[in-house]
Design a protein around this ligand. Sequence first.
Ligand SMILES: CC(C)(COP(=O)(O)OP(=O)(O)OC[C@H]1O[C@@H](n2cnc3c(N)ncnc32)[C@H](O)[C@@H]1OP(=O)(O)O)[C@@H](O)C(=O)NCCC(=O)NCCS
Length: 441
Amino acid sequence: MSDDTAMSEREVMHLESSDLERMDLEVVDLDLDDDSDAMVHRVNGWLEAVLRSFHEKRADDEHRAKWVAALRADGSRLRGVYERGGLPFATDVPVATFSHLTKRLNTGSRQLPVRMITDVTVAPTHRRRGIMRRLMTANLADAAAQGLPLAVLTASEGSIYGRFGFGVATHEDAVRIDTTSRFRLRERPDDGERIVIVDPDASDAVRTAYERFHEVTRGSLERPAYYEGWLRGYDWEEQGEDRAHRVAIRLDAQGRPDGFVAWKFKDAGDHREVSVGDLVGATPPARIALWQFVADLDLADIAVARTANLDPLPWAVTDPRVITTTGRPDHVWVRILDVAAALSARPWFADDEVTIRVRDALGHADGTWTVTASGGTAVVRRSAATADVELDVEALGALYLGDVRVDDLAEAGRIVGRADGIRRFAQLTDGGPTPHCATHF
Ligand SMILES: CC(C)(COP(=O)(O)OP(=O)(O)OC[C@H]1O[C@@H](n2cnc3c(N)ncnc32)[C@H](O)[C@@H]1OP(=O)(O)O)[C@@H](O)C(=O)NCCC(=O)NCCS
């Protein structure tokens, strides 16, 4: 029995193993550094299970190699759940997949290491038997045991993850922008900047611009390694080089990259559109200048972006109706695991002391906590004091990055307490910029 298998079996115990064993299932942690044929087949089967669940094409060899290289670069941990003895005709394909990696989150005042959970799938033949629940519960327990203050994920459906304590913590905008002559800025930014169109492999400059954005943007997550491939023009969905992919970089007055845009042109028949895949700017002038650049692209009437940070474009154009918001999907979901570590690492906006009762069915955040804030930071400790407000861990996750205000959650019945307690909690908690995350995972 290999060490991996032994470790998996120990963890299965932690996962209420008897249930999984009763289902004739075993949990295996895949070792990406193991080049044995057996492990390579397992990894390939794992990738196939993920692609199939998200209705993507089967991987070819190049795609698998790129994917594994990106997973390795991130130190991703892959877990699969297998039928004991293997599925008939598909021995190496797991019935469930789960993976995680660790990256830093900008909380608005600090960079905090967080667990990023992804590739959560269960085969249609095995769903609704509690397999995902067991994987998620064990993974969160492991993250807490490793000392990670919070976990994050993005959700394919809105009703899955609240039950595990994840709250919607950032949103993004889906937009259509009229880029005809109607698009005009009130004032063109003129801080000595310039924009240059670059080869897709100018990735050092793009990386520098992203890092500058990440360092100053509340809610931003460091990017996983697969972004490098994408920005070089590799289309992960189509599994091949996308030669329509273009990139431009913005340079500040000192010639340092502070933003970039990746786009491609599409002739949609009745109109010609620019599809903006990525537009990242470390400062408002950088973002405005990049949107102006998009509008300046000739032979197109409309720019479309599914995942934009518009801030502050609607206030910078002469006609705000050139921008149509077609959706405002939730993006990053936050799950607080260590209340003291997580809350003491975010900004606070009043000098006061408020005691909060947090309910958490999984136990990690459960308890009463006193937040003593002064000068923008807080000391947070367990407390026996009477709580001023009460909320569950999902609501606390939603509040964490400042995407929603205390009053909104109180009005929705998600924070309860006496009016004075809620008012003081709001003064302490609400403030700062709207968070934005430009990373998808
Ligand atoms: C989502 C998915 C992973 C769920 O796996 P599963 O093993 O069937 O989930 P479980 O049986 O452990 O369900 C746990 C709970 O979540 C609920 N749940 C599971 N999938 C759900 C869904 N799609 N929508 C709403 N609730 C869901 C279950 O009803 C159950 O609720 P309970 O706590 O009241 O009992 C699986 O359906 C899947 O692979 N879907 C396609 C890929 C996908 O969307 N993955 C999520 C990526 S973010």
